[in-house]
Ligand binder design. Structure first.
Ligand SMILES: [Fe+2]
Length: 304
């Protein structure tokens, strides 16, 4: 297994997102969760209930910060005040790294509140990598970029999404938050092989993996984070962890949120893909690259 260029294979374990419906349960019961991911923007405040909750959770659990408003692919300059507030939060949480999305969504001081896909061009690579480096230098902590689900493509794109992601992280020399649900959703919406995606990116930069559920419609799949993880997404998860080893894993569940126990149980299904002796960790079922860079077909069995 190759060393992880980004974080030396450090692994917090399996976490879940810290969400409002679960606050009281977590504070009352201190359930055995490896770590929590927070949405930074929910805690970039000067005081009040959110920070009280955060400080109480920090007494028991490691926290990793994830964001939704840095818009690495936008073109306007960063708001320094926003970055200062973000930095204060990273100092409080001691997050080992900070992640946000490979997208754009702000212009002229307005925010779309959507994670809009980028045109996959050299110009967008340069701009996005510059902004990732700017954030990293300002915050003085490692930064990871997450692939998003998308529902449209641009005529101006000159490369695939995975080529674009690869060029951005290599140019910025940053880490990746690989969302295997987003890879799968986009592969179905844009008709590409998700294994081509996984084979085309530097997996040794993956610091964290997102798993999640999504919704299926007649014409497309939508990244809704309101279902259990589907089997094809677990297959992609297995493929990645078999190549790079146990990696910080986080289940996202953001709508129609069930009880804490149900969300935690869904996240812990990932253990079966990490345990060396588990049937779900059967290497013969995955499609690793051979030494020539070709993808091997999986061995088939009667039960397949
Ligand atoms: Fe995600």
């Amino acid at each position: 297994m190759p060393a992880n260029r980004f974080n030396g294979n450090s692994n917090l374990g399996i976490g879940i997102g810290l969400r409002i419906p679960h606050y009281q349960y977590i504070l009352d019961n201190k359930p055995p969760v490896d770590w929590f991911e927070i949405i930074s923007e929910n805690f970039m405040v000067d005081g009040g209930r959110p920070l009280e909750i955060l400080e109480a959770v920090l007494e028991t659990y490691p926290i990793v910060q994830h964001g939704v408003s840095l818009y690495f692919g936008s073109i306007e300059p960063y708001n320094t005040d926003q970055l200062r507030r973000l930095k204060r939060l990273t100092e409080k949480t001691k997050t080992p790294f900070l992640s946000d999305h490979l997208c754009w969504g702000s212009w002229d001081g307005s925010f779309s509140h959507d994670l809009l896909p980028l045109p996959y061009t050299k110009e967008a690579v340069r701009n996005t990598a510059d902004r990732i480096r700017h954030v990293r230098d300002f915050l003085e902590i490692p930064v990871c970029v997450e692939n998003v689900s998308s529902y449209l493509e641009y005529n101006d794109s000159t490369m695939t999404e995975w080529q674009f992601l690869c060029e951005v992280v290599e140019t910025a020399d940053c880490g990746m938050l690989l969302d295997v649900n987003n890879v799968y959703v986009s592969s179905q919406n844009h008709n590409f092989d998700p294994l081509d995606y996984l084979n085309g990116i530097p997996l040794d930069r993956v610091a964290q993996i997102h798993i999640a559920g999504h919704s299926v419609y007649d014409t497309h799949r939508l990244d809704t984070h309101d279902h259990p993880v589907c089997e094809p997404v677990w297959e992609l998860y297995r493929n990645v962890v078999q190549r790079i080893g146990p990696t910080n894993t986080l289940l996202e569940w953001d709508a129609h949120i069930p009880t804490f126990e149900e969300v935690h149980a869904e996240a812990l299904k990932a253990q079966a893909y990490l345990a060396p002796d588990s049937p779900k960790n059967d290497r013969s079922r995955s499609k690793p690259l051979d030494k020539n860079g070709e993808r091997k077909e999986p061995a088939t069995t009667a039960s397949d």
